[in-house]
Design a protein around this ligand. Structure first.
Ligand code: PEP
Length: 258
């Protein structure tokens, strides 16, 4: 929580909600009186991006994220979607480095770095996910893991001036979809590590303005306490973002801190 950062709540719909459900939820969000102090973003599946963009249009303030992006704009890359195509359907953000992509689809640090650069070149905001496994937490190596993920993803994109388009999500893998969120204190400790790594990689000014979201079993009940921590600037929400009530309750809970 800092005056120099805009808090953000982003909903990662993963492989859920077809066009009818996605547009219904997006329309309801677009008409809801969401707290103006919080940036709100939703990330539907690729095939729903265009329809969700239309459904969000009346709100003028809800961002649209892709859950993944290829680094090339065009070419012989069957099955991929590039950053120019995301711009074309109205995206404002892209999520990269999510642990599910790292785990199931072989996303390496090197590939994550290319995706980050591609999004920034197209003036899309990046939500860069980092996080440790249960084993890395238990062994105490999580600080090194987080520093390495930040350095690898961002070292090649040092902006000439602080760039408000760089957001990070700290998502401990053991907390994703498990119902076991990090405690606010553990989240704060990890977020401070991430912010220091940002400062080492991109400079202190960038670290100061980059929102760092917490992700991993965020619910209406824990969102306020987590985001009351000084380095926790919002939430990346999976399961609880799929329903209007729980997602808007999380946004309202986060807004209580701002
Ligand atoms: C996620 O996958 O980004 C996530 C945070 O999921 P959940 O909120 O369901 O733990």
């Amino acid at each position: 929580m800092s005056a120099s950062r805009t808090p953000c709540v982003a909903g990662n719909w993963k492989l859920h909600h077809g066009r009818a459900q996605a547009t219904q939820l997006a329309s309801a969000l677009a008409q809801a009186p969401l707290a103006p102090s919080v940036e709100v973003v939703v990330a539907p599946v690729f095939t729903c991006l265009s329809a969700v963009n239309d459904a969000l249009a009346p709100s003028h303030r809800i961002g649209l994220a892709a859950q993944h992006v290829h680094w090339e704009d065009e070419g012989a890359f069957t099955g991929e979607v590039g950053p120019a195509h995301l711009v074309d359907v109205g995206c404002t953000h892209g999520i990269v480095g999510h642990s599910e992509r790292r785990q199931h689809f072989g996303d390496s640090d090197e590939r994550v770095a290319k995706r980050v650069r591609a999004l920034l070149q197209h003036h899309l905001k990046v939500i860069l996910c980092v996080g440790e496994t249960q084993q890395q937490r238990a062994s105490g190596s999580y600080g090194d893991v987080l520093r390495q993920q930040i350095r690898a993803a961002l070292a090649g994109c040092a902006p000439s001036a602080p760039n408000p388009s760089i957001l990070v999500a700290y998502e401990p893998i053991w907390a994703i979809g498990t119902g076991l969120a990090a405690t606010p204190e553990d989240a704060q400790e990890a977020h401070a590590i991430v912010r220091n790594a940002l400062a080492d990689t991109l400079g202190a000014e960038q670290a100061e303005i980059s929102p760092i979201l917490y992700g991993g079993s965020v619910k209406p009940e824990n969102a306020q306490a987590l985001t009351a921590q000084p380095d926790v600037d919002g939430a990346l929400v999976g399961g609880a973002s799929l329903r209007f009530e729980s997602f808007t309750d999380i946004i309202a809970a986060v807004a209580l801190n701002y």
